[in-house]
Design a protein around this ligand. Structure first.
Ligand code: ZN
Length: 251
């Protein structure tokens, strides 16, 4: 190991910070992409549901229209019968026959009235369904517009980030090679433990930039000296001073 250059703590921290910032860029890309595909697939599901709803309402309206046709035919049949009975009533032989024919006319008239009532109700039902259909179509139109927008956004992000992601992955590998292996192991372990993927954090307003636990002034000054690796007592993240943090830039 005699030929291996011994890095200062400050250099080790800078390499770690560099890696952290690259990894955070990659995390950002994942977050950007991570939400849109879900939004797009949710919208596709909703649109599928609305299409099914539209078809169902249209089928219901067709069913009601068939029902109305049946009732109209029934009215025609009854009216034909009424005409026939009216003719018969002029040629009846006795009172009993007259009453019987009249009874039939009355019955068929009731049938007509009932069918007319059914048609009126059915037309009201169709009007209601037509309103529902109109709403479903409006919702569908707005969701489809939304989907088109989100899909475009996602495709744009994918197109934009593909190259960026590749580039960051490449520099991340270079950055990883610069980090002390034991520190790298700690770095990866801490990163995995936190959803925001932060392993190395600066002091922010006298507190840990990862968990916001207050850091005593004495400890802050030790961190600023950059003589040893200091971790947050609360969350275990590696702490750096703000100045060092600001000095490391990732394109
Ligand atoms: Zn902390």
């Amino acid at each position: 190991m005699a030929n291996v250059k011994e890095f200062s703590v400050e250099e080790k921290l800078s390499s770690l910070l560099n890696l952290q910032k690259i990894e955070s860029k990659l995390d950002e890309i994942q977050i950007l992409k991570g939400e849109l595909p879900i939004e797009v697939s949710d919208l596709e599901d909703e649109i599928h549901g609305l299409h099914a709803r539209q078809t169902r309402i249209e089928e219901e309206i067709n069913g009601i229209q068939e029902f109305i046709e049946q009732k109209k035919n029934l009215i025609k049949d009854s009216q034909a019968l009424i005409k026939k009975y009216e003719k018969q009533s002029q040629n009846v032989k006795n009172n009993r026959e007259f009453e019987a024919v009249n009874k039939e006319i009355e019955l068929q008239s009731l049938e007509v009235k009932l069918a007319e009532k059914h048609i009126k109700d059915a037309n009201e039902e169709i009007a209601e369904k037509a309103r529902l259909l109109e709403n479903a179509k409006k919702a569908l139109g707005s969701k489809e517009g939304n989907l088109k927008h989100k899909k475009g956004e996602l495709e744009k992000i994918i197109a934009e980030t593909e190259k960026e992601e590749k580039d960051y992955n490449k520099v991340a590998q270079d950055a990883r090679d610069q980090v002390d292996p034991r520190l790298l192991t700690s770095f990866e372990r801490i990163r995995k433990n936190y959803r925001n993927g932060l392993s190395v954090v600066p002091i922010v307003r006298d507190a840990c930039g990862g968990c916001f636990n207050a850091i005593p002034p004495q400890r802050q000054s030790e961190i600023r000296q950059r003589k040893k690796i200091i971790v947050c007592e609360n969350c275990g993240r590696i702490l750096v001073d703000e100045e060092l943090n600001d000095s490391v830039h990732v394109k």
